[in-house]
Ligand binder design. Structure first.
Ligand SMILES: [Mg+2]
Length: 504
């Protein structure tokens, strides 16, 4: 791009080119010259020629009315919010500077020396200003229709329609809002469910709610990205005709269910994964691909004692060494500690070995891995009935979502993906419950088999109204049941009563 002002002969040729390019021949060429004169040029010349600032003031309004009128007539189905955003994308500084360059106005711009040296000819704010001043000059010289013609031509040539279409595609938040306003006369609500990851690479999970119903959630690097992804998923969900009965349906009760230990019995799977991991440490003692049945039964009896997966390795080691189940249960933590010390094992190593043994098993033989899970009696039928009745059921689990889906679909349940909160959502259960609580008026029932998890919920004032149940059939110790029975905030629930809960 040229740096200095044009010579007088170049100037004449520049002005001619602008007029040829736009198809408007000025009656008063001074209007065009003024539109191209920067205040810094005026300051350096005697007598001082008029600069463009008054024209720019007028041109800003001319541009706004032309573009507003165009959008109003071409997009009759758009709300004012969407139209405002569209107008802004066509009239902001970046856009107007591009129009100025497209028309060759930058070539004819008259600048003072300080502005020339400061790069004024490339500055977007200056270029945007001269486009507006130019539009005002055309308006004064040739009238509104002439200004409209030139303006709409340049918008079309610079790909405005394509940009608007792109903006539409990239704007699921706006699209979702339009949908919910026209269908439910309400705006979608977004709620931050979790904020995880290290300081330099945070992750935000945001849920979208429509009409008091949870619809979708997504994780992104910032709020805007997570919100936009959640809106995109919500749009996909709403596009399905089956979504409308749910969104319009009764919002008075919501069930949030833990998976392992409430719906699904995964004790044998944990024992077998532990066995496979133990085999990597002590191959001679753990020779077969799966544990002997009798040992697995003893492991399952002790399963309520287990706090995290890796302890399964140590439990099997201790059971193999002949420790009695009753004795082990009465001094679980001590036995675990002693075993780690005796074999010089660190927690991190055990976590890694347990995780990779399970991953390898899933990879090598998914069928066998899935078959190692069973469901508690009556739970699957109750779940089917409840889903068919359109009840709001959510599953909150620390398992990966695809495994939960595979296990449930094996029983003939297509569980709604948007109400499955697995490991993939990066959100602790209390955050999910808080998000659900804040966005629905429903009575929330939360069923869980870990007392520690329920204790976390109890501490949160926001969850005061959530009904908390301890499932007595899951991986729960008798001592925990006794403790829960003495806590007025908690309700201990039996399996028969749980399956009846959905029918009330
Ligand atoms: Mg559980």
């Amino acid at each position: 791009m040229k740096k200095y002002n044009s010579s007088p002969s170049e100037e004449i040729s520049n002005l001619e080119q602008i007029q040829a390019r736009t198809g408007h021949v000025f009656n008063d060429i001074n209007l065009l010259l003024t539109a191209l004169t920067h205040p810094s040029y005026t300051a350096e010349h005697t007598p001082p020629p008029e600069h463009y600032q008054r024209l720019e003031f007028l041109g800003d309004a001319v541009l706004q009315i032309i573009v507003s009128d165009y959008l109003y007539k071409h997009y009759p189905d758009r709300q004012e919010g969407a139209l405002t955003k569209m107008r802004s994308s066509l009239t902001n500084e970046t856009a107007t500077a591009a129009y100025a360059i497209e028309l060759g106005l930058n070539q004819a711009l008259r600048l003072g020396h300080s502005e020339i040296d400061g790069g004024g000819r490339q500055r977007k704010s200056v270029l945007g200003d001269i486009f507006e001043a130019f539009l005002a000059a055309v308006y004064l010289d040739g009238g509104m229709e002439e200004a409209r013609r030139i303006c709409l031509d340049i918008l079309a040539e610079s790909g405005a329609e394509e940009r608007l279409a792109q903006q539409e595609e990239c704007n699921p938040i706006g699209q979702l809002q339009e949908f919910t306003q026209s269908t439910f006369q309400c705006k979608p609500l977004y709620h931050l469910i979790s904020h995880t990851g290290p300081v330099h690479a945070p992750l935000f999970t945001i849920g979208a709610f429509i009409n008091g119903h949870y619809v979708s959630s997504a994780t992104g690097k910032n709020h805007k990205q997570a919100r936009s992804l959640a809106a995109e998923q919500a749009l996909a969900f709403c596009a399905d005709a089956a979504a409308l009965p749910y969104l319009n349906g009764p919002a008075d009760t919501l069930f949030a269910l833990d998976f392992d230990g409430v719906i699904c019995n995964s004790a044998a799977e944990t024992g077998c994964s532990g066995w496979k991991a133990a085999a990597t440490l002590w191959p001679q003692d753990f020779p077969s691909p799966l544990p002997p049945q009798e040992l697995l039964e003893r492991f399952c009896a002790l399963r309520p004692c287990l706090e995290t997966g890796y302890q399964a390795i140590l439990m099997l080691r201790i059971l193999m060494d002949g420790v009695d189940v009753q004795e082990f249960a009465s001094s679980f933590s001590e036995q675990i500690q002693q075993c780690m010390a005796k074999h010089k094992l660190e927690k991190e190593e055990l976590v890694r070995r347990f995780g990779s043994a399970r991953d390898k098993w899933i990879n090598d033989n998914l069928e066998e891995w899935l078959a190692m899970h069973t469901f508690y009696p009556g739970v699957i039928d109750a779940l089917k009935t409840a889903l068919d009745a359109g009840l709001q059921i959510h599953i909150l689990t620390t398992k990966q979502e695809r495994f939960v889906q595979a296990l449930l679909s094996g029983c003939g349940i297509q569980f709604p993906q948007n109400r499955l909160w697995g490991l993939d959502k990066h959100a602790p259960k209390e955050n999910i419950l808080q998000a659900l609580r804040e966005n629905t008026k429903a009575i929330i029932h939360f069923v869980e088999d870990r007392l520690e998890t329920l204790r976390r919920m109890e501490k949160l004032p926001a969850l005061e109204s959530v009904r908390l149940y301890l499932a007595d059939w899951g991986f729960v110790l008798p001592a925990s049941i006794a403790e829960a029975k003495n806590d007025s905030r908690l309700q201990v629930i039996a399996l028969e009563d749980f399956t009846q809960l959905f029918k009330k």
